[in-house]
Design a protein around this ligand. Sequence first.
Ligand code: NAD
Length: 279
Amino acid sequence: MPQIIDGKAISMQIKDELKEEVARMHEVGINPCLAVIQVGADPASCVYVRNKKKACAYIGIESRAFELGEETTQEELIALIQKLNSDEGVHGILVQLPVPKHIDEDKIIQSIAPEKDVDGFHPVSVGNLCIGEKGFVSCTPAGIIQLLKRSDIKIEGKECVVIGRSNIVGKPMSILLLRENGTVTICHSRTKNLAEVTRRADILIVAIGKKQLITKEYVKDGAVVIDVGMHRDENNKLCGDVDFEDVSEIVSAITPVPGGVGPMTIAMLMNNCVEAARK
Ligand code: NAD
């Protein structure tokens, strides 16, 4: 049986550490506060926003909710962000993505002050990550590094293969693994002979967005597999980009879906909020 990397337990551990730190902050008069902006009422976004507010409440972070109508203009949204940028009582600003189509997502991300960019999507945050400076890191890849470290899985010197090159997962993931001294290869939709490359991996990070695509043909014996994907199978049960049953037969460690990467994303968002208040 492989080691099942328990994201639920590890995320709880992180949230409890943050809860203690926030209690100490309260004692010296610092009240970490996250502004959560949602435009429209996309059902998946409503669930994500609700979970973020719940996590804030658990840790003791104040969350200020801004629920804007679908018809909100880009100018109105930017005006709100600018107001929050200069509000000293607000430490982090999060705009739940996606925003409605008439709003330019990049312009919104760029209007958030980098020191309040707790999602780590601002070009300044991404640039800092690339050159090894301090700054906020995209929550899902940051959470994966925590999963590996807290499961005693060494990254240094390992062959790390990331499938996916998105701005929020694949690219920052690759840079973080490089920062931990892994030897990193990035695969994507134009990669030839995907299985040939992925079978080199000691650590395989899968962020493709295709249901259960990765079977044991893509995986080396004894590898560590981290599954970022999130889908519903034919029985409406959550599943990932990896065929968990099939791949589990040969790996040394693997994340389940649900209960693997998913809970870590919110834990790292909370970590970034506390970090923003600490500064
Ligand atoms: P995306 O669609 O932006 O990127 C997918 C990447 O996979 C692209 O870079 C593409 O080049 C690559 N790709 C597509 N088909 C491929 C193929 N056949 N072979 C090799 N590469 C291929 O997706 P994303 O935002 O990076 O998310 C990936 C998955 O992770 C999705 O299922 C998403 O729902 C999930 N996700 C989960 C969390 C979480 O907190 N658990 C967070 C973000 C994303």
